[in-house]
Design a protein around this ligand. Structure first.
Ligand SMILES: Cc1cc2nc3c(=O)[nH]c(=O)nc-3n(C[C@H](O)[C@H](O)[C@H](O)COP(=O)(O)O)c2cc1C
Length: 392
């Protein structure tokens, strides 16, 4: 029998018989405010902040909120199975933790705690290139649990080649290539505080432990940390890349490759033509292009364009179980969860991450059942109220 994520609900009520209540809210939309109250302004601004005046982040939420589920009745939803196959991997639910850099600003155990939390719940952890913990150390924290690696595509081919080799050797199965960050966007919350962790050598762990990166330095990092940071800044991203460059990554990585940050159906078609395996429809949580199309508004068009050729994943704005349901109805195979798990980490370390995963999936399981479904795969566009903006 498949795991019933909804049982978390009974666990909470049963624990309540001894007077215990959850340490964090079960309405995950409340975590941001709590984090704002409890953590320092620099780290909170970095995580909660967005590009420009925050219009894209707000649009992400509005696009999900606007869509409404139309529940169906009397369909025998007693037995349910949330498991899905994604990119040849068997997942317990249509969920992975999104790549988020620099987690040490939220909690001293950083990526290791988040990865352990994901592993404990069986959910894939996607490690950012810009993590504060090296690839190998995070892999060690996870045992043989499912892990993917996210690449910021460097100007330096040898560094890219080396990072991919390390990820492969450490058991990361899927490569997620983020396309929407060839430059850092205009982010007023960080600018107003002049806060950028990378300039302090935070979020550079993969580079400062990389032989190809170190080969480009005149002195070891500890002897001249500023030069190491400047070298990192100079090669971290590459605004000069174009579609034909993907051939290099296809040669370097034998497993599935997913392009993250795709919003236009034509870009999704180009991804398929380039031999990619999937796309993540995402606007980086509104952190890159202010005034961008909401990710949930872009999703149906991308799914219609390439759904039969590519695995379509989604992030940007997912906060609740019904958001997961809506994303699947709009054409996603699975979703990536971003900020909420980072708040969970900041507020309560690994248990906080697990709390967030369990709340999200319990709520999704209940939404699925109460809407008349027993599996994610039967969720369809017709489960949402008519919405003309989905038309091409
Ligand atoms: C603090 C922070 C750091 C992030 N770092 C990365 C990163 O290193 N690589 C990446 O591909 N995406 C990164 N993202 C984007 C997430 O993977 C994801 O697309 C985004 O969080 C989704 O939006 P949401 O959190 O509002 O749902 C980051 C997001 C945040 C909030």
């Amino acid at each position: 029998m498949a795991k019933h994520w909804a049982d978390f609900q009974y666990e909470i009520y049963l624990n309540g018989m001894t007077g215990a209540v959850p340490r964090l809210p079960t309405d995950l939309t409340r975590l941001e405010e709590l984090t704002e109250q409890r953590l320092g302004p620099g780290p909170v601004g970095y995580v909660a902040g967005s590009a420009g005046n925050g219009s894209t982040a707000r649009a992400n939420r509005a696009a999900l909120e606007r869509r409404r589920i139309v529940p169906r009745m009397l369909r025998d939803v007693h037995e349910r199975d949330l498991s899905v196959e994604v990119l040849g991997r068997s997942l317990p639910a249509p969920l992975a933790l999104a790549p988020v850099g620099v987690l040490s600003i939220m909690h001293p155990e950083a990526e290791s705690a988040a990865a352990r939390g994901a592993a404990a719940q069986g959910v894939p952890f996607i490690l950012s290139s810009a993590s504060s913990t090296p690839i190998e150390q995070v892999a060690e924290a996870m045992g043989d649990a499912e892990r993917w690696f996210q690449l910021y595509w460097s100007k330096d081919r040898e560094v890219t080649r080396s990072l991919l080799g390390r990820a492969r050797a450490s058991g990361y199965s899927v490569l997620v290539v983020t396309l929407d960050t060839p430059l850092l966007a205009w982010r007023p919350r960080d600018l107003d505080q002049a806060y950028l962790p990378f300039l302090h050598g935070v979020g550079t762990a993969n580079y400062f432990t990389d032989p190809a990166f170190l080969a480009g330095l005149a002195k070891p990092v500890h002897e001249d940390p500023n030069a190491a940071v400047m070298h990192f800044v100079s090669l971290f991203a590459d605004p000069g890349k174009t579609w034909p460059d993907l051939a290099f990554l296809r040669e370097q990585w034998a497993g599935p490759i997913v392009l993250k940050g795709v919003l236009h159906p034509d870009d999704a078609r180009l991804a398929a033509d380039a031999g990619m395996d999937g796309v993540v429809v995402s606007n980086h949580g509104g952190r890159q292009v202010a005034g961008s199309v909401a990710a949930a508004d872009a999703l149906p068009r991308v799914a219609r364009a390439v759904g039969d050729r590519l695995t379509v994943l989604f992030d940007s704005g997912v906060r609740t179980g019904d958001d997961v349901f809506k994303a699947l109805a709009l054409g996603a195979r699975a979703v990536l969860l971003g900020r909420p798990y980072v708040y969970g980490l900041g507020l309560d370390g690994q248990p906080g991450v697990e709390h967030v995963i369990r709340c999200l999936l319990a709520e999704f399981d209940l939404t699925l059942a109460l809407s008349g479904h027993t599996a994610p795969t039967t969720i369809a566009p017709t489960d949402l109220a008519e919405d003309n903006t989905d038309q091409p």
